[in-house]
Design a protein around this ligand. Sequence first.
Ligand code: SF4
Length: 349
Amino acid sequence: MFSKKTVRVKNVLIGGNNPLVIQSMTNTSTMDANKTIKQIKDLKNAGAEIIRIAVKSMEEAEKVKEIVNNVDDVPLVADIHFDHNLAIKSIQSGISKIRINPGNIDNENNIKELIKVAKEYKVPIRVGANSGSINKKYQNMLKHEALAESALEQVKLLEKYEFEDIVLSIKASDVIMNYKANCYVSKFIEYPIHIGVTEAGVYDDAIILSSAGISSLLMNNIGDTIRVSITGNPLKEIYAAEKILTMLGFKKGLKIISCPTCGRTEFDIEKTVYELKENFKDMEFKINLTIAVMGCIVNGPGEAKAADFALVGSKTKVLLYSKGIFIKNLDKNNLFFELNEYLKSKKYL
Ligand code: SF4
């Protein structure tokens, strides 16, 4: 979305003017191809555009073939630690991208061998750095600089062998360090950057950290692909990623906003908002609308002027506004049917 260079991962383009790409990672054993294939398909159907799988052994690198052949419409990334041979085998098995950790493949000849095969198969490499990747020689630097420099060193190593099909990611669980390290590195490279906050915890905590970590970087024009890391079922990651991007305005979708309620509130906003969410559940990321739910006629229409539509409650009815202009009254007892009919008549649904 913001980088100067573009990288192709099978049928998905990352960086340049291309839209932000949502990624996730399976948590099944790669040896269990059936389970992994099923999870990949579920993630894809939920909205994942690139999916990473862990490849921990030669047997798993061999299994990649079967997995790739059964999910051929979504690019897969092999996550490799320590052994460059696993990366090479995964490429030969049909993987679309490799993710290596610069901290743990440190033999230059091994990197050189990997680059040769990656070039031959036109497979990009993501250099994925985290706190464990910091090279000791940078220990006197500030931690975010040490992390960024360690990642940059690996990028330079790939460039040394004329390999430029690179995506870079630097992740930390500390949002401020995550932010500073990515800002630092973005000054030196033109490659796409994958962003996210690592070890972000379970859902409730992870969405807070990820929302802050991802949005602060996107607002600074840094980030071409994202992952919202959440402990547990990776399907939650996709929903959270879409939700965060929609609510922050980086992606199209349904945004429901509502006033905080106060002494002027004339109807049950909280209940209405939850019912409204339920009403649009299946269309959440398919329609592009902002709907406000406001609690009184005094301030509601004005405050909700920026929304496409506002439902403004009064004691007896709900008034429908669009960009601050009154449209019609809606029956409180038939609210969602009447709203849907109106939106359908105007071709929003
Ligand atoms: Fe209160 Fe009305 Fe503002 Fe809602 S819109 S917070 S009810 S003044």
